[in-house]
Each structure stands twice: as structure tokens, then as C-alpha cells.
Write a protein that binds this ligand. Structure first.
Ligand code: HEC
Ligand code: HEC
Length: 556
């Protein structure tokens, strides 16, 4: 890698309002809590219903299918709709009641992307992957900005299967066609529709194929970095040999506090929130076109990405809802606090968070800790190393990469640089020709252009742990089922467990690991799934572990 690290700069540059009809229940108002399973309880997290709905429904420019297709396609088997709430819930999606602002009863994080030329599309927005929900004792508790238990692989496979079945079965196509172009459409119109369905079928097939996981991702994970890099370096640059299989799914992290972090992602690779968000949507079904002159067109909606990030700034972790999950034993928690100070606090800082020195715009950020090398941390190295060492041919970006002096003897460049170049080009095009509603610096969050070092990219960061009680399973790859298990020596942790259940265990802080409909077995022996390492505090007694857990419940 020689001196490449100096050039790894990632993302140098780098409105919709609605009401959800469920009740917001503060921490101490359980008398109003209905016990019906679908009646979701929202905890106080800094958002009102309007802000929550905006986070759930604001498009970021993601486009999976034409909007009316999503509503009208049938499931591959039978005549039930692909978009039926029961079908999407089985894949882990959260489907709230129909409302004025969500008339089509889209699941949390499904957004309508409106485009005057292309027409309306359905896409995913942040909330699809970053919204948790826990069930306990007849109550259902929503965790905004928490971790979704959605299974993206199941969704993608279901979309492809539905398109394939629509093409294979004349009656199915007929029913679909009547919904989309009407009963009286001409043969030419029907043929046109069929050609379009074939186009989407082929696109989905290739998309799934190019990022096929070696290890099932299952609910709550995706190999974000491999997929984004495949979309840029393989698909948009049109260089098939740049593709790489998804080897290292990572967990959807919780988002409170992240707008304030100096570096985000498990591997602390990104400093710019806008650059981060543009990179993310590029992997989450944005349409991206890399032209032969190296310029980049994208459906990424920069104004909305800015608004979504602004909403996150207002979000905080919920307090432990004692009336639902049980009272905190304050004596035990204070014993836990002392153990935490001794065994955990050196890496997992608490408020007031240590701050960076002011940058050239006078801004400071919460310092995340990436000081523990993998050789000490010993958690699964696959995700960090796959990204830090991946190289690819630059294609249309060759002139830029030549100018940067980063092309190696293998004619390749670090894939991180390609993501940086493409993200920067998308943002630059917006700053040049876009519909700006604030200054470029404001879009960039007054962040400087900073490059991660190889040392930080090749380990994982330790973040503040407020709200972590609600976000099992644990570690970057979700390989440890509960907080109690994380405090056991690695050899004693569950080697295999099912992921997908929303049944919460407020004692050990985890979800049920029993098999449920559509849950997926996580085998820690599989590539990228290792549950080793983080043997900090693993010499504690059972009572001491329970004390640490009690204390962690108090961290808001
Ligand atoms: C398809 C699922 C998905 C969508 C949609 C998505 N994310 Fe994420 N997000 C992830 C995954 C997976 C990671 C962890 C990737 C890694 O670091 O390996 C992540 C990481 C992050 C991080 C870093 C957190 C940390 O602790 O460092 C932030 C911040 C974030 N996402 C914000 C957003 C925002 C804002 C949006 C919408 C504009 C969004 N995400 C959309 C899956 C998603
Ligand atoms: C030497 C530094 C260090 C110490 C000490 C430490 N941790 Fe960690 N912790 C980390 C790092 C680094 C990670 C991320 C590892 C990964 O994802 O592979 C982490 C991850 C975690 C996570 C998972 C967070 C998530 O989003 O899944 C929890 C929970 C946690 N630590 C709790 C603790 C507790 C409790 C203690 C004390 C008993 C402790 N840690 C001590 C460095 C440390």
C-alpha cells in the first residue's frame, strides 16, 4: 500500500412533512399504553410526529422500481401483492397504519421519489435500516435511529422473483398490465410494458449477482462498503472485473450522536456527513452515471440528504422505559458504574465527550476512539481489511487518479479513492448546477477535507454507549447475541443463533435467539461472522456483569 494512505481522502467535499397516527408516549405515561401488538409506543427522543414522519418518508434519491409497480406487482407465488404489509413485515420491515401523509401504507423507510422526467419511483431512505422495534410482554416499542431488523437480501430476492413470475405467467402479467396501463391498452403498449419489466428483471438479477454474499447477511446487516464499491467501480464504471463478492456484512448502527462524531462508520473512514450520505445512497439504489470524461450524474437528492442529517442532529437516545421493561435497580447500577469506570470508560467515553480542537471554521466534534488496534481488539477483521486493501481499475477516473499519483504498478487504485472521486464529483455537480438553498460550506457541515489513516481504517472504533441497551446483537458484525454474552469470554459466547426476532430480553439485553418465521441463522464460524475478541471485562463475575448491564441501561 506504500504511501497510498496519504491519498485515501474519502469524500473530501463532501422537506417533507407528515404525521404518523400513532400516539407518542413519554417515559412515564404507561396508563395510556394499549397492549394491542400493533399499537406502537414511541419514546421521547427529541422528535415530534412531524419530524419522525419526515425521517421515515423523505426520499434521498433512491430508486428501486417505478412507484406504481411496487404497489401493484404480485408476490411470485399467489396473487397477494408484493407490497402487502404481511409480506414486508415477514422481512422485518415496520409497517405503520395508513395516514394522510402515507396513504399507500409504505413501510418505515420506503420513500416515493418524484421526478418529472422519470416518473415516480419507490426507494429506501435512512429509516429503513436505522429504526428499531422491540417487543416485550405485549408491548411494542419503537426506537428511532436504532437498528432495523430488516433483511435486505430477502427484499431484493422477492422483488426479482416477482418480476420473473410476472414475465413467466401470462395471467399474472395480464393482471399487472391492467393495473399499470389499463384494460384497454394496445398490444404495442403491452409489449412496451413487457420490455420494461424485462429491463428491470435483468437489472435486479445483475445487481444481486454482482454483490452476492458469501455469508448470508440476514436481518440487521448488509455489506455496505462492498456493495457501494461494486455499484461505483464495477457497475457505473462498467468494469466487471472490479466486482467483489460481499464478504463482510456489518450491522445497521444506531444514529443518535453520529452527526457530532469526528469520524463515522465502523472503520472511522468518513469525516464528511454529506460525503457519507452521498456514498450511502449510491449503494442504496440511486441512479448513477459515470461519463467517459469522469463527470458523474446521480439521482442523489442533496437537499434532502442535508435535511435528513439535520433531523438526526435533533435525535437523542431514549431513556430506559421502566414502566415497560422494568425498574432499574439504582444500587446495582451504581456498582456497575464503578466497574464501567474501571473496565470500559478508557475506550467508551461518556458525556461530556472529549472534543477535537477547532478546525479552520472554528467547529469542534466529538472525538471517537479508534486507538485500539485489531491485534489487541481481536474482533473479526474481515470487514476492515476487505475495504482497506481493496483495489480496482479506475476506468473513466484514470486521468484524475493519474493526476493524484495513486495508480499502482497493477494499474489499480484503492477502491476508497474511487468512492471519494465519485462522491466528490456528485457533490461538485450539485454545487455547480444544483438548486442550492444554502452555501456549499453549510451543506458540508463546516467540515474540512480529511483523510483517514491506514491505522484507523484497519480497526473498529469504540463509540459512546448511550442507548446501546436497545441495539443487540453487538459488535460491528452483530456476532454477539446479547450484552451479557459480550461480557463472557469469547469461547463461551453462542456460536450459532437466530437473528430476526423482535422479542426483547430486558435482563441480558438481547433479542430472542429462537428460530422464528424468516429469521436467519448466524453462524459465527462463517466468513466475516467471527465473534472473537473484545475480551474486556470478560473476567467479571456473574453479579458484576449484571451490575454493568444495569448501569448501561441508565446511559441515555
Ligand atoms: C440499506 C441500509 C441503509 C440505509 C438506507 C442507510 N444506512 Fe446508514 N448505515 C448502514 C450500514 C450497514 C452502516 C454501517 C456500515 C459500516 O460502517 O460498515 C451504516 C452506517 C451509518 C452511519 C455511521 C454510524 C457510525 O456509528 O459511525 C451513519 C451516520 C449513517 N449510516 C447514517 C445514515 C443516513 C443519514 C442515511 C440516509 C441518508 C442512511 N444511513 C441510510 C445501512 C444503511
Ligand atoms: C480497549 C478499548 C475498549 C474497552 C476497554 C472496552 N471496549 Fe467495548 N468496544 C471497543 C471497540 C473498539 C468496539 C468495536 C468493536 C467491533 O465492533 O468489532 C467496542 C464495542 C463495544 C460494544 C458494541 C457496540 C455496538 O454498537 O454493537 C459494546 C456494547 C461494548 N463495546 C461494551 C463495552 C463494555 C461494557 C466494556 C467494559 C466492560 C467495554 N466495552 C470495554 C473498545 C473497548
Amino acid at each position: 500500500m506504500k504511501s497510498d494512505h496519504a491519498k485515501l481522502a474519502l469524500f473530501a467535499v463532501g422537506s417533507v412533512f407528515a404525521v404518523v397516527n400513532s400516539t407518542v408516549v413519554a417515559n412515564d405515561l404507561p396508563s395510556k399504553i394499549s397492549k394491542t401488538p400493533d399499537d406502537v409506543i414511541f419514546l421521547e427522543q427529541g422528535w415530534d410526529a412531524e419530524q419522525r414522519a419526515a425521517f421515515y418518508q423523505t426520499t434521498q434519491g433512491s430508486r428501486m422500481l417505478p412507484y406504481d409497480w411496487f404497489l401493484n406487482l404480485e408476490q411470485a407465488k399467489g396473487r397477494q401483492k408484493l407490497s402487502a404489509a404481511s409480506n414486508l413485515r415477514k422481512m422485518g420491515f415496520l409497517v405503520d397504519e395508513r395516514s394522510d401523509t402515507n396513504p399507500d401504507k409504505l413501510p418505515v423507510g420506503f420513500a416515493k421519489d418524484v421526478d418529472p422526467v422519470k416518473g415516480d419511483s419507490i426507494g429506501l431512505t435512512c429509516a429503513a435500516c436505522h429504526t428499531g422495534q422491540l417487543k416485550y410482554n405485549g408491548s411494542t416499542v419503537r426506537i428511532d435511529g436504532g437498528q432495523s431488523l430488516i433483511d435486505l437480501e430477502q427484499l431484493q430476492n422477492a422483488i426479482l422473483a416477482s418480476l420473473e413470475a410476472t414475465l413467466a405467467d401470462e395471467q399474472k402479467f395480464d393482471r399487472f398490465s391492467k393495473k399499470i396501463i389499463g384494460k384497454f391498452a394496445s398490444d404495442a403498449q403491452r409489449n412496451d410494458l413487457m420490455a420494461k419489466v424485462i429491463h428491470y428483471r435483468d437489472w435486479w438479477k445483475a445487481r444481486i449477482e454482482r454483490s452476492k454474499g458469501i455469508t448470508p447477511h440476514g436481518p440487521s446487516r448488509t455489506d455496505a462498503f462492498t456493495i457501494i464499491a461494486n455499484e461505483v467501480a464495477c457497475y457505473s464504471l462498467a468494469i466487471p472485473e472490479n466486482c467483489a463478492p460481499a464478504v463482510a456484512p456489518t450491522q445497521f448502527p444506531f444514529l443518535w450522536n453520529t452527526p457530532d462524531f469526528d469520524w463515522v462508520q465502523y472503520n472511522s473512514s468518513v469525516h464528511s456527513p454529506l460525503g457519507r450520505n452521498v456514498g450511502e445512497v449510491t449503494g442504496v439504489f440511486a441512479e448513477t452515471e459515470i461519463r467517459s470524461d469522469g463527470s458523474v450524474g446521480s439521482s442523489a437528492n442533496i437537499n434532502n440528504l442535508y435535511d435528513l442529517e439535520a433531523l438526526l442532529k435533533k435525535l437523542h437516545a431514549p431513556a430506559w422505559p421502566e414502566k415497560i421493561f422494568g425498574k432499574i435497580d439504582t444500587g446495582l447500577a451504581s456498582q456497575g458504574e464503578a466497574i464501567f469506570a474501571d473496565k470500559c470508560l478508557s475506550c467508551h467515553t461518556e458525556d461530556p465527550q472529549p472534543r477535537t480542537a477547532p478546525n479552520k471554521y472554528g467547529e469542534t466534534f466529538a472525538k471517537v476512539n479508534f486507538e485500539t488496534p485489531l491485534s489487541v481488539l481481536q474482533t473479526d477483521s474481515t470487514a476492515a481489511l476487505a475495504f482497506a486493501t481493496r483495489r480496482a481499475l479506475p476506468g473513466a477516473f484514470l486521468p484524475i487518479t493519474n493526476a493524484l499519483g495513486i495508480v499502482g504498478a497493477d494499474n489499480k487504485v484503492p477502491v476508497a479513492s474511487l468512492l471519494n472521486i465519485s462522491g466528490s464529483a456528485i457533490i461538485k455537480a450539485f454545487f455547480t448546477n444544483g438548486d442550492l438553498s444554502r452555501s456549499p460550506l453549510e451543506y458540508l457541515g463546516y467540515r474540512e477535507s480529511l483523510s483517514p489513516t491506514i491505522a484507523q481504517l484497519t480497526t473498529y472504533k469504540a463509540r459512546p454507549l448511550n442507548g446501546v441497551a436497545f441495539t443487540a446483537p453487538y459488535l460491528h458484525n452483530g456476532s454477539v447475541a446479547s450484552l451479557y454474552e459480550l461480557l463472557l469470554p469469547a469461547a463461551e459466547r453462542l456460536a450459532k443463533f437466530y437473528v430476526g426476532s423482535k422479542q426483547f430480553d430486558p435482563v441480558y439485553l438481547g433479542f430472542s435467539t429462537e428460530r422464528e418465521d424468516h429469521s436467519v441463522l448466524l453462524d459465527t464460524a462463517a466468513l466475516g461472522n467471527g465473534n472473537s475478541g473484545h475480551e474486556f471485562g470478560t473476567d467479571l463475575s456473574h453479579d458484576e456483569r449484571m451490575a454493568v448491564i444495569e448501569y448501561i441501561k441508565t446511559l441515555q
